[in-house]
Design a protein around this ligand. Structure first.
Ligand SMILES: [Mg+2]
Length: 344
């Protein structure tokens, strides 16, 4: 899918498009489950890797009844370790199928919805402080009140970005930053202490994903909630971060964690360790966001605002059925994920 803004940039790169693969699984009784595999280079998934992995895994899925999800998960892990993004698409398509076979919304498989509406946090791509404040104002006028300021690792310029956006939007806006690993631990501490003057609720992944000691140093040194994203790339990594209180919060993403089932486990690990969690950016089709929202709706401890609206800046989405209205998004009262291919 093309991006509305072809110059969209974050600390790890820039691309005018976002790529993914739609998986669909059909049953003998003519039900179709859909899943979205997300090609995210900074989480280790390329388009080539995804298509090759899916070609290898899908024949195994065909050996089972679609409702034998545990057996399919074990088989996929035996056939190929890792490769969470491809496995997530299959896992999610099976959950969609299971819900459709029971004629219920997908959240019922996780105990049912305890909320049907979410405040949406939107990302501001790296640009000059003035340009970012302008983009923030456009989103604010559309009703958004939660913002994620992408920063690049330049302490003074990044503080200027936060200052410009706070000044422009006023106190009603809730601000967070995402460094995508761009800082050294000490630069992160300096930057965050500077940004805290402008009231900052959250910093995402300030330092390198494998620098656990650096991350803990930042967590222990700043008055801002520190959240892991790239560091939390599997349920094992989530467990490590929680057990050692390396961060205050975790960004859950269905693709990086390997599907809805593993994301549910990750949320429970966070809850058990008193670490906050929310859902990070599910960049890609509405299909992917619908899956994530169906699970999120059933989690009573979900914290802050989640990123279920990035599809709004993408063109050519082949799915329809959800949209952000006034800064909020609702799960549809429909069977399965609640989204469907356009025109079906
Ligand atoms: Mg992030």
């Amino acid at each position: 899918m093309r991006k509305e803004d072809p110059s969209w940039r974050f600390a790890l790169g820039a691309s005018p498009v976002t790529e993914g693969v739609i998986v669909f699984i059909e049953t003998d009784d003519n039900l179709t489950g859909y899943g979205y595999a997300s090609a995210t280079a900074h989480m280790g998934a390329s388009m080539e890797g995804l298509t090759g992995t899916l070609d290898r895994l899908i024949p195994h899925v065909k050996e089972y009844d679609a409702l034998e999800m545990s057996a399919i998960r074990i088989k996929m892990d035996q056939a190929l370790s890792g490769n969470n993004q491809a496995k997530a698409a299959i896992d999610n398509a099976l959950f969609d199928l299971a819900a459709k076979s029971m004629n219920v919304p997908l959240n019922r498989l996780f105990g049912g919805a305890v909320r049907t509406e979410f405040p949406v946090l939107r990302i501001l791509a790296i640009k000059s402080p003035e340009e970012m404040a302008e983009q923030a104002q456009i989103l604010f006028n559309q009703g958004y009140r939660y913002f994620k300021i992408k920063v690049q690792g330049d302490v003074n310029l990044d503080i200027a970005r936060v200052a410009a956006i706070r000044k422009r939007l006023g106190e009603e806006a809730n601000l967070t930053v995402d460094a995508n690993q761009a800082y050294s631990p000490k630069d992160a501490i300096a930057a965050l202490n500077g940004m805290a003057t402008y009231r900052l609720d959250l910093v995402e992944q300030p330092v390198a994903m494998d620098d656990y000691k650096g991350m803990k140093l930042v967590t222990d040194s700043v008055p801002v909630t520190v959240e892991a994203d790239e560091s939390a790339g599997s349920i094992q990594e989530v467990a490590h971060l929680v057990e050692n209180r390396i961060v205050d919060a975790i960004s859950l993403k269905v693709p990086k964690l390997g599907g809805l089932w593993n994301t549910l486990i990750a949320a429970q690990i966070c809850k058990a360790g008193n670490i906050r969690y929310r859902f990070g950016a599910h960049v890609g089709s509405r299909l992917l966001n619908a899956h994530a929202m169906q699970l999120a709706s059933s989690l009573p401890d979900l914290w802050y605002a989640s990123e279920f609206g990035e599809f709004a800046r993408l063109l050519d989405d082949p799915f329809e059925g959800i949209d952000v209205v006034g800064g909020f998004i609702q799960i549809p009262n429909a069977v399965g994920t609640g989204v469907k291919p356009i025109g079906t």
